[in-house]
Design a protein around this ligand. Structure first.
Ligand SMILES: Cc1cc2nc3c(=O)[nH]c(=O)nc-3n(C[C@H](O)[C@H](O)[C@H](O)COP(=O)(O)OP(=O)(O)OC[C@H]3O[C@@H](n4cnc5c(N)ncnc54)[C@H](O)[C@@H]3O)c2cc1C
Length: 485
């Protein structure tokens, strides 16, 4: 199990080998440090094994099935577009293997990092126990990630439920599924399973899906999901589940009344995630945590200066790209000799992989107003972009939120095919502190979806852009675009 020939002293111990922990361990190992990495489950953690990668693989299969069924409008005959679910799941496994690059444990060991398979538990500020062995670390990084929250619903455990962990590897498709939770994970799975022919209902407690996202992009996404057969019930707090005639009945208050939602075969719980701190015995190290996660400063250091925490364990931004960003900062600060590095969360992007995708950076319009900005917004309909019309993917909207007084962007919100690929120029403009006119002044290829970002920026920067506006012409407004184009 241990690869350290009995010497348990390390320059760095990393607890958790998900994206964050693996990055820290790899970077420190590249520097020549003696590194121990502790993992109690699978190397690669959530994102690789049960999160980002398998779900995006399922999104793709579901999209191909959907497009095949609607191929006739593109002049293509696809006679029998039926899903082969076991083959879909087999591809998920192949994709995970490919991204992992073979045997993850062996790769880590061959890189020179000592991998310990077991649960890491602090016994003192410099010591971590794993399977009865005590490792000593000059520096320690906590990268234990997060796990799904299972709400205290009467009867839920007895009735049985699945989470994302089982959903990506179901042996067969259920006929019906009720998803508790209208957040990112709930929305992605709802569309995946609906496209595979499952009768899907989302029960969300907020007054709309994705309550943290800008309404301008969420409402059309709800329309898309409904159009594809997903039943959406919002403002619904499930508090009881019973099994009746072989099916599950969920009930709870909604709009002041008790509402029952019956006849579902499977319940998928997607009610949020919380940091995994349970078995760490943080008290022995004196590391402070709160209800959100491990408390860190902008150097990713905890209150104990030789211990850092990164990724979902901090409860900050629960995304792989943020975990990776934090991991590099923590590693450099703990193990490097260069200048102090500080995390800067200005303009953190993320993408929700529904189809169309919902991509976002910065403040929503409502948040910007709450924060007292003199807000100026511009919105472009995706159906007014020639590329969207050619692709027959006209659902969506591009919305930019700016500060009228500085001309700078405060946020960007895109619902579109490939929205995640359209976002980076907004992220770049925001990180670099560029005025919105910088985007409006950049020439964008025709016909591309990124013209949506251009036209929204152009609208915001109109006063500055007046001189060249005449030369460029005006954005088209294709009002008569049929839905089945
Ligand atoms: C369904 C789903 C879809 C997602 N899709 C996306 C997406 O598309 N894009 C995106 O950016 N993010 C996505 N995420 C979020 C992303 O997976 C996480 O933000 C990311 O995995 C965090 O990385 P991490 O290293 O902090 O934690 P994790 O990947 O969770 O790794 C933590 C590791 O620590 C181990 N561990 C925990 N406690 C101990 C202990 N005491 N001892 C030893 N080992 C321990 C765990 O077993 C785990 O392997 C998704 C998440 C889910 C659930």
């Amino acid at each position: 199990m241990a690869e350290d020939q009995g010497n348990h002293r390390y320059d760095l111990i990393v607890i958790g080998a998900g994206g964050a922990g693996s990055t820290v361990a790899g970077e420190a190992n590249n520097r020549g440090a003696r590194v121990a990495l502790i993992e109690r489950w699978k190397v690669g953690g959530t994102c690789l094994n049960v999160g980002c990668d398998p779900t995006k693989t399922l999104v793709r299969s579901a999209q191909i099935l959907h497009q095949s069924r609607h191929a006739a409008r593109f002049g293509i005959t696809v006679p029998d577009a039926t899903p082969d679910w076991p083959a879909v799941i087999a591809r998920v496994e192949r994709v995970i293997d490919t991204i992992r690059g073979g045997d993850g444990d062996r790769n880590i060991r061959e890189s020179g990092v000592s991998l310990y398979k077991g649960t890491g538990r602090f016994v003192s500020p410099h010591e971590v126990d794993v399977n009865g062995e005590t490792l000593w670390g000059e520096k320690i990084v906590i990268a234990t990630g997060a796990a799904e929250v299972i709400p205290p619903i009467e009867g839920l455990r007895e009735a049985g439920f699945i989470t994302n962990v089982e959903a990506i590897a179901l042996p067969e498709l259920p006929r019906s599924m009720t998803i508790i939770g209208g957040g990112v994970i709930g929305c992605e799975f709802a569309q995946i399973f609906a496209r595979f022919g499952v009768d899907v209902t989302i029960l969300g407690s907020a007054d709309r899906l994705l309550p943290r996202e800008d309404e301008a992009v969420v409402l059309p996404l709800q329309d898309v999901l409904r159009r594809e057969g997903v039943s959406i019930q919002t403002g619904y707090r499930v508090d009881k589940v019973v099994r009746r005639d072989g099916l599950l009945c969920l009930s709870g208050p909604s709009d002041g009344e008790r509402v029952e939602h019956c006849a579902t075969e499977t319940i998928l719980v997607a009610a949020g995630r919380k940091p995994t701190l349970d078995s760490l015995n943080l008290e022995a190290a004196g590391v402070v945590s709160n209800e959100r996660g491990i408390v860190v400063d902008d150097q990713m250091l905890t209150n104990v200066p030789h211990i850092a925490a990164v990724g979902d364990a901090t409860g900050l931004f629960p995304f792989t790209h943020v975990a990776d960003y934090q991991a590099r900062i923590a590693e450099a600060n703990l193990m490097g000799s260069g200048p102090t590095q500080r995390a800067d969360y200005h303009a953190v992007p993320w993408t929700i992989f529904t189809d169309p995708e919902l991509a976002r950076v910065g403040l929503t319009e409502a948040q910007a107003r709450d924060e007292g900005y003199d807000v100026k917004c511009a919105t472009v309909r995706v159906r007014d972009l020639a590329r969207a019309i050619t692709a027959g993917e006209t659902d969506g909207v591009v919305k930019l939120v700016s500060d009228r007084s500085t001309g700078k962007l405060l946020g960007g919100h895109i619902l579109s095919a490939n929205a995640g690929e359209m976002l980076p120029e907004i992220v770049l403009a925001m990180r670099a502190g560029l005025p919105v006119s910088a985007i409006a002044d950049a020439i964008h290829s025709y016909p591309t979806l990124s013209e949506g970002v251009f036209w929204a920026a152009f609208e915001l920067a109109k006063p500055e852009m007046a001189a060249i506006q005449a030369a460029r012409g005006h954005q088209a407004a294709y009002s008569e675009v049929p839905d089945d184009l």
